[in-house]
Design a protein around this ligand. Structure first.
Ligand SMILES: Nc1ncnc2c1ncn2[C@@H]1O[C@H](COP(=O)(O)OP(=O)(O)O)[C@@H](O)[C@H]1O
Ligand SMILES: [Mg+2]
Length: 254
């Protein structure tokens, strides 16, 4: 099983959008996909509600043995299982990081024999949850909006990744996904150019436009390619390109 965390310490960038769409795409490929929702806002848990089969994310930090039992049972719906965000996740920030990260690793190891890929969606803060997830993951992806505050958030995230990689040397940063890009806005074009110049190795070679159909799909609890509107076609192509890129980079085997 390969594990990917979607993280950036700022909200509204597209972490949940990316997590849910990678999950849908990978499950359609016939992979067994586990999605862990570590954000108490529970957005991924909502979009993937149909795939919830009883395990809550806080249990991954407290009861790895329950994870083992759950994973051994009939835990997916159409190849996809969401380990849903619950209120107890809020207690994580009182927990000791080393302990929390250690138990999360055990829980992820318990999923390993039962899933091909595990996708972790995180909350927009550098708390114990996000840090533990980055310490437990093999790959990391950071969607980013082309706005000044997002660029600032990314700068901090790059430093953080550098530090966390010392503790998790196997972590591969797949890169930043420019998201919600509006090519008609000179500000977006300029910010994208700034990022490409600052991090030529870290920015993905394509971007995702600001597409209403993406927001609509997440609200309708379905992937954008199931939205029956002409406007969803372009979004579908972009999201499929992202999924193909991540799939190839993660070298997932079935
Ligand atoms: N490419 C996009 N085009 C239009 N809306 C988007 C796009 N990506 C995300 N959104 C919307 O923007 C909001 C924030 O995205 P989300 O994935 O929830 O971000 P995060 O998880 O980083 O907080 C959501 O309402 C989502 O539907
Ligand atoms: Mg989110």
């Amino acid at each position: 099983m390969k594990t990917l965390v979607t993280a950036i310490q700022k909200g509204g960038q597209g972490k949940t959008f990316a997590t849910c769409h990678l999950a849908y795409d990978f499950a359609e490929r016939g992979l067994r996909v586990a999605v862990i929702d570590l954000d108490t806002q529970g957005n991924a848990s909502f979009t993937l509600e149909r795939h919830h089969t009883g395990l809550n994310a806080s249990q991954l930090f407290t009861h790895p043995e329950q994870v083992k039992t759950w994973a051994a049972g009939d835990c997916t719906v159409d190849g996809l299982a969401v380990i849903a965000a619950d209120a107890s996740l809020a207690n994580l920030d009182k927990a000791d990081l080393a302990t929390a990260a250690g138990v999360l690793r055990q829980s992820i190891a318990a999923l390993a024999g039962h899933f091909d890929v595990c996708l972790i969606d995180t909350a927009p803060s550098l708390g114990v949850g996000m840090t533990s997830a980055v310490l437990a993951a093999d790959y990391m992806l950071s969607p980013i909006e082309m706005e000044a505050y997002s660029l600032q958030g990314m700068k901090k995230m790059v430093t953080v990744i550098g530090n966390l990689r010392k503790m998790n040397p196997k972590l591969k940063f797949l890169g930043m996904v420019p998201n919600k890009v509006d090519a008609r806005k000179p500000r977006h074009v300029a910010n994208l150019a700034t990022l490409q110049k600052a991090y030529p190795q870290l920015i993905l070679p394509f971007s995702i436009g600001a597409r209403d159909s993406i927001a609509e799909a997440l609200g309708e609890q379905m992937p954008v390619w199931k939205i029956r509107k002409t406007a969803a076609r372009r979004a579908t192509q972009e999201v499929r390109q992202l999924a193909e890129y991540v799939y190839t980079k993660m070298e997932i085997s079935q």
